[in-house]
Design a protein around this ligand. Structure first.
Ligand code: NDP
Length: 299
């Protein structure tokens, strides 16, 4: 198949490589950075100058963009997908964005006869490279059946979570919980360390107790316990996801009491210069601002 792929960053590039490895022809474009485009061109990808040109001649376009604004621009801005996409084509959007934005864009695409699949992912750059992502799909069941084999080139846990917009909702819930779990570790392990507990022993004991969260497996060894914050998943990306969660809550007229507080902590850590670190760096930042040595850079 001819597959448009827009968003060739930390996630999109390895995902696009897996799609190409499965035998599909990629249609790609350069945004700012030339490197990913050059890399894919060597293995036969066709290069276009904007989303409109790229989409023409494809069966499906996959987008893995930073967030709402970029998604809006690519789908409905200048030289956009909606200006050339037509009946029979599909858009698979794998961006972490709000359901509000995708649901605003969907009617226009459907009027053109374009199928919309909402398919954000979890599993990080390692999962993207290995093709083992979790994909949270909001779509009509028949549309998912049609495009499942393509999704399976990128992920191995594919969940049908509801209609278009629900993929985004599930992903944002996951991000809000992940953000709060990492900050909880920062505050609680920060306190424990200050009280004289050995953080490695804390990990062992809390892992067998009611305070356990999976984030302890994901972000203690190799990150907080080693004072090492190579992303992973960037702190500024997590800050963006928490903002999306808070905005989504406010859009529903709901408070997001803990989320808003979490967002302020991610913002403070970013302002302090840790935005490019792994998001677990926010937990070390929180502990350090409370005067604890937990998660210090020098371990
Ligand atoms: P990156 O910032 O690494 O990549 C974003 C890509 O989008 C870049 O290739 C960028 O091009 C391109 N881009 C930005 N704006 C436009 C535009 N207007 N038109 C065309 N291309 C554009 O982000 P990630 O790959 O890390 O993340 C992508 C999405 O996946 C985000 O929503 C993120 O939250 C989500 N995600 C990320 C994970 C991770 O571990 N990183 C894990 C799970 C989900 P250029 O660089 O040239 O500007």
């Amino acid at each position: 198949m001819n597959i448009g792929f827009i968003g060739l960053g930390a996630m999109g590039l390895p995902m696009a490589k897996n799609v190409a490895r499965a035998g599909h022809k990629l249609h790609i474009m350069q945004n700012r950075r030339a490197e990913p485009v050059e890399e894919l061109k060597k293995s036969g990808a066709l290069v276009f100058s904007n989303p409109a040109e790229l989409a023409d001649g494809t069966d499906v376009v996959i987008t893995v963009l930073p967030a709402d604004e970029e998604l809006r621009q690519v789908v409905a801005g200048e030289d956009c997908l909606a200006s050339t996409m037509r009946k029979g084509q599909a858009l698979i959007d794998m961006t972490t964005a709000t359901s509000t934005t995708l649901l605003e864009l969907t009617p226009k695409l459907r009027e053109l006869g374009v199928t919309v699949i909402d398919a954000p992912v979890s599993g990080g750059t390692t999962g993207a490279a290995a093709g083992t992502l979790t994909i949270m799909v909001g779509a009509e069941a028949a549309d998912l059946s049609e495009w499942r084999p393509l999704l399976e080139t990128m992920g191995n846990n594919i969940y049908h979570v509801g209609a278009v917009g629900q993929g985004k909702a599930f992903k944002i819930v996951n991000q809000l919980m992940a953000a709060m779990h990492i900050l909880t570790i920062g505050e609680a392990f920060g306190l424990g360390t200050r009280l004289g507990a050995d953080p490695k022993m804390l990990k062992e004991v809390i892992s067998a107790s009611s305070g356990y969260s999976k984030m302890m497996d994901l972000r203690l060894d190799g990150f907080l316990l080693d004072g090492s914050y190579e992303p992973g998943f960037g702190l500024d990306l997590m800050k963006k996801d928490v903002r999306l969660a808070v905005e989504s809550a406010h859009g529903e007229g709901m408070p997001a009491t803990l989320g808003a507080q979490a967002h302020e902590i991610f913002q403070a850590a970013s302002t302090a210069g840790y935005g490019g670190n792994d998001f677990s760096s926010a937990a070390a930042f929180l502990a350090q601002t409370a005067g604890s040595a937990f998660g210090k850079r020098d371990g």
